[in-house]
Design a protein around this ligand. Structure first.
Ligand code: OFO
Length: 169
């Protein structure tokens, strides 16, 4: 049986992952509206990965004989203006998620739940990658400035991202 405090933070992490999916979907819709279909693809693929992140937590709680508690998912932020501003929001959001994952790790340590402490390592590595991905696009967008041709090429590049189901095991 999983420790109750750890179960609570894992349930709240499920909610954050599904909120992340909503946020990326809202961004994807924005990019579709402004005709950046590659950016739209990239954020839509990310939304699907976020659902996977939520489901891995869901399955883990069940596997540990715990109780899944699905909380209400808030409406996502819809204040989007341009690609750079959206990717800065992505980085800010991912930093928030990283902090939240770190809290799960330290809570599981405090509660001597070493199985969860081990499990959460997968998310710790994933967050390093997610922050780096956002930072990479921000760097390019800053470098390109108002150059529409470079933006077009970046859009083509981001359009190549393909969804691969994320699994823990
Ligand atoms: Fe699930 O990592 Fe992004 O939010």
């Amino acid at each position: 049986m999983i420790n109750e405090k750890v179960q609570n933070v894992l349930n709240s992490q499920i909610n954050k992952e599904f909120y992340s999916a909503y946020l990326y979907l809202a961004m994807s819709a924005f990019f579709d509206e402004i005709g950046l279909y590659g950016f739209s693809n990239w954020t839509k693929v990310q939304a699907r990965e976020e659902v996977d992140h939520g489901m891995i937590l869901f399955d883990y709680i069940i596997e540990r004989d715990g109780t899944v508690n699905l909380e209400q998912i808030n409406s996502p932020d819809r204040e989007f203006h341009n690609p750079l501003q959206v990717f800065e929001k992505i980085l800010e959001h991912e930093k928030f998620v990283t902090e939240s994952i770190n809290c799960v790790a330290s809570m599981s340590e405090d509660e001597c739940d070493l199985a969860t402490r081990h499990f959460i390592n997968w998310y710790i590595s994933e967050q390093v990658e997610e922050e780096a991905n956002a930072r990479d696009v921000i760097t390019k967008l800053k470098m390109f400035g108002d150059d529409k041709a470079s933006l077009y090429h970046l859009d083509q590049d981001l359009g190549k991202r393909e969804y691969k189901a994320h699994t823990y095991k």
